[in-house]
Ligand binder design. Sequence first.
Ligand code: SF4
Ligand code: FES
Length: 247
Amino acid sequence: MNLTLKIWRQKDAQSAGAMQSYSVADISEDMSFLEMLDTLNEQLNEQGEEPIAFDHDCREGICGSCDLMIDGQAHGPEVTTTCQLHMRSFEDGQTITIEPWRANAFPVVKDLIVDRSAFDRIIQAGGYVSVNTGSAPEANSVPAPRDKAMRAFNVATCIGCGACVAACPNGSASLFLGAKITHLGELPQGQPERMGRVASMVAQHDHEGFGGCTNIGECTGACPKEIPLDVISQLNKDLRDSLRAGF
Ligand code: SF4
Ligand code: FES
């Protein structure tokens, strides 16, 4: 495949950025999207040009760091992470536009890399269970109903990629927040801190500059882990209960 790439270039957080066009040739449809960018960077290195900075780590759909807006869609045209997106999803001769996440709470660091540490601070605000658990207990010693255990497990698959924020017209992190609240709130270990947790995490979310949820649903459509929208209902319910409890 031969492709034209329109890529956001930005020297650093202080500089203005702009789209630049590049051509890449002989791209295999079996390559991942990041391998295609690697090919372009090898080409730029050979030409003595600055390679394109983009974030990645595991390349296995686990870490959530490969955050790219591809043709206006978070992680591109498939329901997967950018690292698991393959070039067979594109056509020979196609022009592909590649941008960083666009959200006030995720400032651009360089080219396609954004700073997602706002998510870390939301987790630090309450996304944990702070009891001294000692060594791992026998699995059946803390009974959890199967439906609750399965729901907790399903939403624990959130990898913190931020696609939900990038897709949301309000730049809201409600799906991420709802996943974390639901994950801990469904399990017995999460109950003692449940009300304080939601109050602290929502306060940090708002402090970081994420927007409010208006039930548009773009977030769940862009989520590579298919986190369902009803975690936001859980978030709102827990927040209401925490306010009633005086948190
Ligand atoms: S809810 Fe989905 S889109 Fe949002 S951070 Fe988690 S995995 Fe990524
Ligand atoms: S690089 Fe880790 S999820 Fe894509």
